[in-house]
Design a protein around this ligand. Structure first.
Ligand code: ADP
Ligand code: MG
Length: 416
């Protein structure tokens, strides 16, 4: 009995050390946008974890081996998806077959069952906010299947074995998932802090510059008005209004920008989000049709939120404009309003089938002045982020290069 404690500890500490190293090299996030290369690396690392487990089995009866190899398999499938899971599953199966023995196929069967169960829960797990349910369901279903397979296909084992092995298995399983989940949360918080920090430095600088430009601009405007007031020069008469207009526009850009830097004190009220989205879609459809892009809006009932309708429209226009601009040739933008994954929230989902972004580009999005367009300002996403955060919301980007981008704006709803 106690002879199982040693290999168990070895197994768990091996799994932990690989997990931490892994997180150090490739910080875990909730990215639904793990690219192909990363998926393969995920598959290889989890295979390595499984192999390490197989090297130190908890128990051996004849040629039947009991260890924790399925824990990394389920872990990588739930977090990373089908491909890494498949790589890990194949590694386990091949190694187990190579190790030989007449019960090798049972080991292969257990790996396949573990993989399939994890695949079954994968979508639910990745979508839900509370990851615990997915983790517990997968774990319990797997352990039941595992016991059933042993009972059906193997010679009866000593009864004391079951509680000890499966308790150890369950403990390792939950600790690994708990740690992974903690690491993901810590990474997300860190990213958030870094983003806010960058935002605040760049924002302050820009605010200072904007302020400095405004003063001379006011002087120019005043002088221009003065000169053009009673002049006989037709050129001045003709062009002064145009110049004043341009100065006014510059001033407005600066004012808007300064407003963003300052914590906003805009008037909020209860607004019907459905109406706002509908209006904005109608508004942007004109621009879209110019680019041969279609916008499709799915209405799913009414949602009321606390916010400023003008600012909300501005945010949506920014996002939809980016979507339109990302599409070359014909394209489709899908806008949907739906219940958020967390209770009491609503998601505005804007999905395009445009150029998409690489992981590196995705990291830069939302930073002031980051743009890939020749006439871009790189302010749109930052303004959107800022305004949405002001009313307690969040903007989330997922994107795959060449496939398109999905922007999810999550907002807290109010009771009517
Ligand atoms: P701008 O539109 O002026 O470039 P934004 O802040 O609106 O500034 O966007 C910043 C950058 O983010 C864009 O230049 C583009 O590279 C990228 N981007 C934003 N939305 C999308 C999208 N839907 N698809 C692809 N790239 C996008
Ligand atoms: Mg833009």
């Amino acid at each position: 009995m106690s002879e199982m404690a040693r290999p168990l500890l070895i197994n768990i500490s091996m799994l932990f050390s690989v997990l931490f190293l892994w997180n150090m090299v490739m910080p875990f996030t909730r990215a639904s946008s793990i690219n192909l290369k990363e998926k393969i690396i995920y598959g290889v690392i989890s295979s390595l974890m499984a192999l390490l487990c197989m090297l130190f089995p908890l128990e051996k009866f004849g040629d039947t081996v009991f260890d924790l190899r399925v824990v990394p398999l389920i872990l990588v499938t739930l977090y990373g998806g089908k491909l890494p899971g498949l790589i890990c599953m194949i590694t386990i199966s091949v190694t187990r077959t190579w190790m030989g023995g007449e019960n090798a196929w049972v080991g292969v069967l257990i790996a396949i069952v573990g993989f399939l169960i994890a695949i079954g829960f994968m979508n639910y797990f990745q979508r839900s906010i509370r990851k615990w349910k997915g983790i517990i369901f997968t774990g319990i279903l797997f352990i039941i299947s595992y016991i059933a397979i042993i009972l059906i296909f193997l010679e009866p084992l000593k009864t004391y074995f079951y509680p000890i092995y499966f308790t150890s298995f369950a403990i390792a399983y939950f600790i690994i998932f708990y740690l992974t989940e903690r690491l993901v949360l810590i990474n997300i918080q860190l990213q958030e802090t870094v983003y806010l920090e960058k935002l605040s430095v760049a924002g302050k600088m820009a605010a200072a510059i904007a302020h400095e430009i405004r003063n001379p601009l006011t002087t120019v405007k005043g002088l221009l008005q003065f000169i053009s007031a009673d002049t006989a020069d037709t050129k001045v008469q003709n062009y002064a209004p145009l110049m004043l207009e341009e100065i006014e526009r510059t001033n407005k850009i600066i004012t808007d920008y300064l407003m963003l830097i300052k914590p906003s004190k805009s008037d909020c009220e209860q607004v019907d989000l459905n109406k706002i989205v509908r209006d904005t879609v109608a508004l942007t459809e004109v621009l879209a049709s110019y680019y041969a892009v279609k916008i499709q809006y799915d209405e799913k009932g009414e949602f009321h939120i606390w916010g400023n309708s003008q600012e909300l429209k501005q945010c949506l226009i920014n996002v939809i404009k980016n979507a339109i601009e990302s599409i070359e040739g014909e394209g489709l933008i899908h806008v949907a309003l739906q219940y958020g994954t967390k209770r009491g929230t609503v998601d505005i989902v804007i999905r395009d089938n445009g150029a998409g972004m690489s992981k590196e580009e995705l990291e830069k999005i939302g930073l002031p002045f980051y743009t890939t367009k020749s006439k871009g300002t790189g302010l749109g996403t930052m303004i959107t982020n800022r305004l949405i955060r002001n009313i307690g919301g969040r903007v989330n980007y997922t994107s795959l290069l060449g496939e398109g981008t999905t922007v999810t704006i999550t907002l807290p709803t109010t009771k009517q």
